[in-house]
Design a protein around this ligand. Structure first.
Ligand SMILES: [Zn+2]
Length: 196
């Protein structure tokens, strides 16, 4: 379950340019933490654990999982990004593409806000043009210029978190597009802010 109170508090603090949380995954913290992404960008200092960010992504169908520290606050770890790229690959074409690091940050923040201990389940990451065309033949709702083809989008869910709640948090973040597919999953991307 989302701690809506906590999130609202973050939202309020965000408006004053300072986001504060008293909880992180794994335990309680004392003190204040500035969360640059919530506060509109910044150097990335001030995260818990010296700013080190770990993410666990699990492919929903295959169960393949990657669990890495991908950022130290300022810098991304190249090897970790490559592991994430591989998990996000297009499985129809066996094609790997570079994932936009902003998307990974967005996934991290969504997960962080959810207070979940479970991995983020990935339904779809990168899609090659061929795969996107195939999906469009099957379902006209698939976008012609999908940001999935640029490594800028992911379809995800988090176990025990309702997609409706996840959508709301993503909408509040205003960091790109948010698509809602009932209780099954949400689409997030780091393109223009929009929703469907
Ligand atoms: Zn999508």
């Amino acid at each position: 379950m989302f701690d809506q109170k906590m999130y609202n508090r973050r939202e309020i603090l965000q408006k004053s340019g300072l986001a504060v949380s008293t909880l992180i995954a794994g335990g309680a913290l004392s003190g204040c933490f500035r969360i640059p992404e919530f506060a509109g960008g910044g150097a990335g200092t001030g995260y818990p654990n010296n700013g080190k960010r770990a993410i666990t992504l699990k492919h929903s169908q295959s169960g393949e999982e990657v669990s890495v520290v991908y950022k130290d606050g300022k810098n991304y770890y190249r090897d970790a990004l490559r592991q994430i790229d591989y998990l996000m690959r297009d499985r129809h074409q066996n094609a790997v593409y570079q994932t936009d690091p902003r998307l990974i940050d967005l996934l991290y923040d969504l997960h962080y806000a959810s207070h979940s201990q479970d991995p983020i389940l990935l339904l779809s990451g990168y899609r090659s043009p061929e795969t996107n065309a195939m999906l469009r033949r099957r379902n006209r709702r698939a976008a012609k210029n999908s940001l999935h083809m640029k490594g800028m989008a992911a379809d995800i869910r988090i176990p025990n978190i309702h997609a409706r709640d996840l959508r709301q948090v993503a909408l509040n973040m205003k960091r790109g597009g948010v698509g809602y597919y009932g209780s099954r999953y949400i689409h997030v991307d780091v393109g223009d802010v929009r929703s469907w």
